[in-house]
Ligand binder design. Structure first.
Ligand code: HEC
Length: 190
């Protein structure tokens, strides 16, 4: 079952044609926007955790082989997990996939990562007040209706918490491991 889902999601990412088969909010024998968003998130969350634990946690924190820095190019450092995530999202957008995604927070290090729409604000508040739960809503932006899902982005590794708490631009310095630090927003046009 699990491998089937993984296969489904990789073909979704690869073909970018799935949503037309879903027919927006109706399922018509395809999958609903919520199942699509949940599946996409499970892959994003897995990749993000693996990168943070096996690359940043191991090489930068434990073995101190190389550091991680937002100025990775100039400093010949590792790309930060949030940058890795954003470069992926930008690539997906360039390819014209039938969904978009971003990483936001109520306490952003980078002010660009603040929630902008009402649904993003509502979703980020909901996931931080209801740990373990996701938020689903609909919104209309520029004349298009979207299914918008917000998933908790959790401080899964010591590297997450220590880097944010120490960062000079972080508005919060008391994150604890296992806490919601922000949210992944996935938007699917209906
Ligand atoms: C080595 C430092 C470092 C590590 C490790 C790190 N972050 Fe970040 N994180 C940052 C920086 C810097 C940004 C802003 C990057 C940008 O958008 O330019 C950021 C961005 C974010 C954002 C978007 C909102 C914001 O603060 O701008 C979230 C949410 C987030 N990180 C959560 C996490 C989680 C969860 C982990 C662990 C899985 C993690 N971070 C690991 C430094 C770090």
């Amino acid at each position: 079952m699990r491998s089937k889902i993984v296969l489904l999601v990789s073909s979704m990412i690869g073909s970018a044609a799935l949503l037309s088969a879903c027919g927006g909010s109706e399922t018509k024998g395809g999958i609903s926007p919520q199942v699509m968003a949940d599946s996409l998130f499970s892959v994003m969350e897995a990749d993000r955790t693996v990168y943070t634990k096996l690359i940043i946690g191991r090489l930068a924190k434990e073995e101190k082989v190389i550091k991680a820095s937002e100025h990775w190019k100039d400093e010949k450092a590792l790309v930060l997990p949030a940058q890795m995530f954003r470069y992926g999202a930008e690539r997906v957008a360039e390819k014209g996939a039938p969904f978009s995604y971003s990483l936001l927070s109520l306490w952003p290090v980078n002010k660009q990562n603040k929630p902008k729409t009402e649904i993003e604000k509502k979703g980020l508040n909901f996931i931080s007040e209801n740990p373990g739960k996701n938020f689903y809503g609909e919104e209309e932006l520029g004349g298009t209706k979207y299914f918008t899902a917000v998933y908790p982005d959790v401080g899964v590794a010591p590297a997450c918490v220590s880097c944010h708490n120490k960062h000079k631009d972080s508005p919060r310095t008391d994150f604890k491991i296992g806490e919601v630090m922000g949210g992944v927003v996935i938007r699917i046009p209906l």
